[in-house]
Design a protein around this ligand. Structure first.
Ligand code: IMP
Length: 175
């Protein structure tokens, strides 16, 4: 059990299970993007660990860049998305993969997809370590999903509760 601020979290997905699944996703991505360099767009802050481990296991040339959006306050979605850091790389005509930690309502990803589409990439795919299908309210397609999880708040492996818990090497679920 870990205590973060006022909330207790219990072990949910171990570091070993995360590692194995991420290797599988990286292998799928390596097969699907064998035709040329792809751009991985990591969504800050939560995706930094997933992006790092995924990238290390991808066997085709990739560029890496970041984008930052925020939609959460505490353990609830705020219902609006803000762009905090924009794309600094020209992605026109390139294949891109948006790499996200978790898709919850899908609002952030819908916003990100619109933002990335405006920059005219050749192809857009989405990789998300976690997906909460029961929370999803926006019609978006996630090409690579690590784990479908129930609609419960999770922390660790890059995901935070009020800024804390990102350093945990495994995933924990709200008790
Ligand atoms: P959405 O816009 O509702 O899909 O929320 C996506 C964003 O909310 C993610 O990128 C996370 O930053 C955050 N988020 C959603 N669910 C959780 C959770 O269970 N733990 C930590 N952050 C979460």
């Amino acid at each position: 059990m870990v205590l973060i601020k006022d909330k207790e979290f219990v072990p949910y997905i171990s570091a070993h299970v995360l590692k194995k699944r991420i290797e599988e996703l990286a292998s799928e991505i390596s097969n699907d993007f064998s035709e040329g360099p792809a751009v991985l767009i990591g969504v800050l802050n939560g995706a930094f660990m997933f992006l790092s481990d995924l990238t290390k296991n991808i066997k085709v040339p990739v560029e890496v860049t970041f984008i930052k959006v925020a939609s959460y306050m505490g353990t609830k979605s705020s219902g609006e998305v803000k762009s905090l850091i924009g794309l600094d790389l020209d992605i026109e005509g390139k294949s891109v993969i948006i790499v996200e930690d978790i898709v919850d309502t899908g609002l952030s990803m819908k916003f990100l997809l619109e933002l990335v589409k405006e920059r005219k990439p050749k192809k857009i795919a989405v990789a998300s370590l976690l997906l909460k299908p029961d929370a999803l309210v926006h019609d978006i397609n996630i090409d690579y999903v690590g784990f479908e999880i129930p609609n419960r708040f999770v922390v660790g492996y890059g995901l935070d509760y009020d800024g804390l818990g990102r350093n945990l090497p495994a995933l924990y679920q709200l008790k």
